[in-house]
Design a protein around this ligand. Structure first.
Ligand code: CU
Length: 117
């Protein structure tokens, strides 16, 4: 399954990005220039390879280990431009619980994290 996100600045990672997505491949489409998608290292399944997409370029993350994967747009992460991708079991759910986002991003993070069960 491939999950596609993004189409505007505000919803770069899609309004549905926090929903439970058990995808093995996640594609971030650079439909708006000036963003990227890369690993949020605090929320990343142990041993999984990190990734870093170039600005204004599509990037595909192929997930091979169960867990929750945090993805951020580097320049806009502080405003909450992030997503959580779930693959298989929530083996690192404790990382989500412990994570403290930048203050302006807290509301958005709580909203997407609240969709994890
Ligand atoms: Cu961005």
């Amino acid at each position: 399954m491939t999950a596609t996100s993004v189409n505007s600045y505000e919803s770069y990672f899609g309004s549905d990005a926090g929903e439970r997505q058990r995808s093995r491949e996640e594609r971030h489409v650079a439909s708006v220039a000036g963003h990227n998608a890369e690993t949020l290292p605090e929320i990343w399944s142990e041993g999984a390879a990190p990734f870093k997409g170039d600005f204004s370029k599509d990037v595909v993350l192929t997930v091979e280990k169960d867990g929750v994967y945090g993805v951020k747009s580097l320049p806009h992460y502080g405003m909450g431009m992030m997503a959580l991708i779930v693959a298989g079991k929530l083996v690192n759910a404790d990382q989500v619980k412990a994570f403290k986002p930048p203050a302006p991003a807290a509301k958005r993070f709580e909203a997407i994290a609240g969709n994890l069960k």
